[in-house]
Design a binder for this molecule. Structure first.
Ligand code: GLC
Length: 716
């Protein structure tokens, strides 16, 4: 913490009344025109600390108006020049994966396994958003998720804690930069703390069942990383864990988040989450809600005015201490000072290079695309190929931007038909495939060299409050896949999906499959980059693609059964269900390339190390030689997994411990090395204590979680 800022905070606090202190904890949403004057009066009276720059409980699903910079500058002027304490407001908005330039949805970003590109993307995003009055964004969303029925799986980094941790660090660094007071940075917000992704049945806002052991080893690592990266804010989650709503739990919000993880910023509630404590059955009335949340360590109250309406009486009655209020105010003021709001309270747009941002968006989209199947090396296509493009997503624009792109513009987003015409030198025939004119569609297909199907899921079935019970491709699209076979042509399926969908039926019917996600503004040009081989696909799955939805939950980092039925690893899969085989259709970390990568056996610089040496900072280096034996320059994400065969607590059959994305020119090779230290060999016990036990570790290095390319080391 910066002492100079701390002194300014203390001085300001000493001049504030209780009423004004509580005002800092209040975050209403953008006022409508008809209550703007009353809102300005509240700002003048010091009753508002922040504005949620949107309208509605699910801002990502509802078009938000363009940002009126002059309005926010006027509000800020009133706060700075007309209020008694001259405290600027901090303006927050959900800039989740892009502003005007929309980048891939976070799940797709995670598929790139390219932390540098992700960080660069958030530098661009911060620069764009900061020029429209935004100081603070409610991202990164770090909810580990294993249930693709949950619409918000698209907003986070998938099923693995280590990918989540790397994603967290890249996003926070990208948004906050190295000096938060710079005008092209945004305050980051690690959310939703914690366990929201475990919503039962994938049903949004539902209860969770998370053991302390799972909490510390699966759900907390990404937050640990965000705190370590310096995230200045955290958003508490709607859900409960272990019988307690996070919103009112001092165990999770203070004992763990602050005392164990060392978080020093401020916590904002989720939308109306404070007042919802009544529905969750822990508070009798609004006053109880306010008292419980504030005493738990929740600093800022989003939208429901529960703090503003109740805290003053609660402090006067002694149910809430002035110290608790002061602590919350100090944390918020500290971030406002750090953001430079007292020195530069107003927004003065400086412009940015939109083309540069689009270039980065395309690079990230290129590297997010996952090639799932490529029979007989059908792909890449020759640019002169006669292509018959069929499917509703051939002309789709809005869905390519994904959910939570409230400042993106569908009209400016090229669809696949546009992009193909732009990049192909051959004839492009098109049909939506939905009408009755199947004879003409088939004729077009028959007269082409190859059929490309443009399929996917609507953006509006993903995101918040968008859980689905059916994760299969829409039936009319499945019908297209089956009907087009009559043309007898090789068929490529391009799947513009946000969430993981069930793949069994689709995969069997198609000759090649590209998972193109909701990849943002450059979705369609990126698909063409891959289709024509300008870029060799390098995306890897951050979440399992199941054969059937009925196999959910299905994720790779499971602990072993006592019986030989670890179906994820193809161990007697017939014994798991008597009516279907629940092996993954495509496993975590999976993704094909146009080239062939060969891995040597992993080698270690030492096969054993003492626990003492590890504690002293000594490392084990594990290396493989990676060969690009094919005919394409390409990138490969080399993944390092670990298995601990014996420990006091059950450890996963595989856990990702590191990855490196390597570019290799064709017919070249390179040694790829990983340094493994104390922090890589252990786990957290149910009390959250990090433990490294002596014993064997099996280390796997390969192309996805199923690799058997192994070396073993011993910790003595
Ligand atoms: C929503 C979401 C949260 C978002 C907030 C503000 O309900 O849960 O992710 O940041 O409200 O829009």
């Amino acid at each position: 913490m910066n002492n100079e800022i701390l002194q300014k905070v203390e001085k300001l606090l000493s001049e504030m009344t209780l009423h004004e202190k509580i005002g800092q904890l209040n975050q209403p949403e953008t006022p409508s025109a008809d209550n703007a004057e009353a809102f300005k009066e509240a700002v003048r009276n010091g009753e508002v600390g922040s504005i949620l720059m949107s309208v509605g409980a699910t801002a990502g699903n509802d078009a938000q108006g363009a940002i009126d910079i002059s309005f926010y500058n006027e509000i800020q002027r009133i706060a700075v020049e007309e209020s008694k304490n001259h405290i600027p407001l901090i303006f927050g908005r959900d800039v989740i994966h892009g502003h005007h330039t929309v980048f891939p949805v976070p799940l797709a970003m995670a598929a790139s396994f390219n932390s540098d590109l992700i960080e660069q993307s958030y530098r661009d995003i911060a620069q764009e958003a900061a020029q429209e009055s935004i100081h603070w964004t409610f991202t990164p969303m770090l909810d580990l998720a294993r249930d693709p029925r949950w619409g918000r799986i698209i907003e986070g980094p998938g099923e693995d804690p280590y990918v989540g941790a790397r994603f967290a660090s890249a996003v926070v660094s990208g948004l906050q930069g190295d000096d938060l007071s710079k005008s092209d940075t945004l305050v980051a917000c690690a959310k939703h703390y914690v366990g929201y992704g475990a919503s039962e049945g994938g049903r949004d806002y539902h209860r969770t069942e998370i053991s302390d052991y799972s909490l510390h080893n699966y759900y907390l690592p990404a937050f640990r990383s965000a705190v370590k990266a310096g995230a200045r804010t955290v958003m508490s989650s709607f859900n409960d864990v272990n019988g307690q709503p996070i919103t009112s739990s001092s165990y999770y919000l203070t004992d763990i988040l602050r005392d164990k993880l060392g978080f020093e910023g401020f916590v904002v509630s989720d939308y109306d989450a404070v007042i919802q404590l009544k529905r969750q059955g822990v508070a009798a009335d609004d006053a109880d809600c306010a008292a419980m949340a504030l005493n738990a360590g929740l600093d800022m109250d989003m939208h429901d005015y529960c703090y503003a309406a109740n805290l003053e009486k609660l402090v006067e009655s002694g149910k809430v201490s002035m110290e608790a209020v002061d602590n919350a105010v100090k944390r918020i003021l500290y971030v406002k000072f750090e953001k430079g709001l007292f020195d530069h309270p107003y927004c003065t747009p400086a412009g940015y290079d939109k083309n540069e941002h689009l270039k980065h968006a395309r690079e990230l989209a290129d590297e997010s695309i996952v090639l799932l199947k490529n029979s007989d090396h059908l792909l890449p296509l020759d640019k002169s190929a006669k292509i018959c493009l069929i499917g509703p997503f051939a002309t789709e624009r809005r869905s390519l931007l994904g959910s939570w792109c409230i400042d993106g513009t569908a009209e400016e987003t090229p669809c696949l038909l546009d992009a193909l015409k732009e990049s192909s030198t051959g004839k492009i025939e098109y049909s939506s495939g939905l009408g009755l004119n199947w004879d003409s569609t088939l004729k077009k297909a028959y007269n082409s060299d190859v059929v490309v199907l443009a399929l996917g899921e609507s953006w509006s079935s993903t995101g918040e409050a968008r859980a689905v019970s059916n994760i299969s491709i829409p039936p009319e699209q499945l019908a297209i896949i089956k009907k087009v076979k009559a043309a007898g042509k090789k068929t490529v399926g391009v799947l513009f999906c946000g969430r993981p969908i069930e793949m069994q039926e689709i995969s069997n019917e198609l000759d090649a499959v590209i998972y193109a996600w909701h990849n943002g503004s450059a979705s369609a040009p990126a698909v063409c980059d891959i289709l024509f081989g300008d870029v060799s696909p390098s995306g890897k799955l951050p979440a399992t693609l199941p054969r059937l939805a009925t196999h959910i939950p299905l994720y790779y980092n499971i602990t072993s059964s006592g019986r030989p039925v670890n179906c994820y690893y193809n161990e007697n899969p017939y014994d798991c269900y008597i009516d279907s085989i629940p092996t993954p259709c495509y496993p975590f970390g999976y993704g094909l390339s146009y080239t062939t990568f060969n891995y040597s056996r992993p080698e270690c610089d030492k096969t054993e190390i003492s626990l003492g040496d590890l504690e002293a900072g000594k490392k084990i280096t594990v290396s493989v030689n990676l060969e690009n034996a094919g005919d394409y320059d390409a990138k490969e994400t080399v993944q390092l997994y670990m298995n601990t065969p014996v420990a006091k607590m059950m450890r996963p059959i595989r856990e990702l411990k590191s990855f490196k994305k390597i570019f290799l020119k064709q017919k070249t090779n390179e040694t790829v090395s990983f340094e493994l230290g104390y922090e890589d060999f252990g786990y957290y016990d149910p009390c959250g204590n990090y433990v490294v036990e002596k014993g064997v570790r099996n280390v796997f290095v390969g192309e996805n979680c199923l690799t058997v390319n192994k070396v073993s080391v011993i910790i003595k």
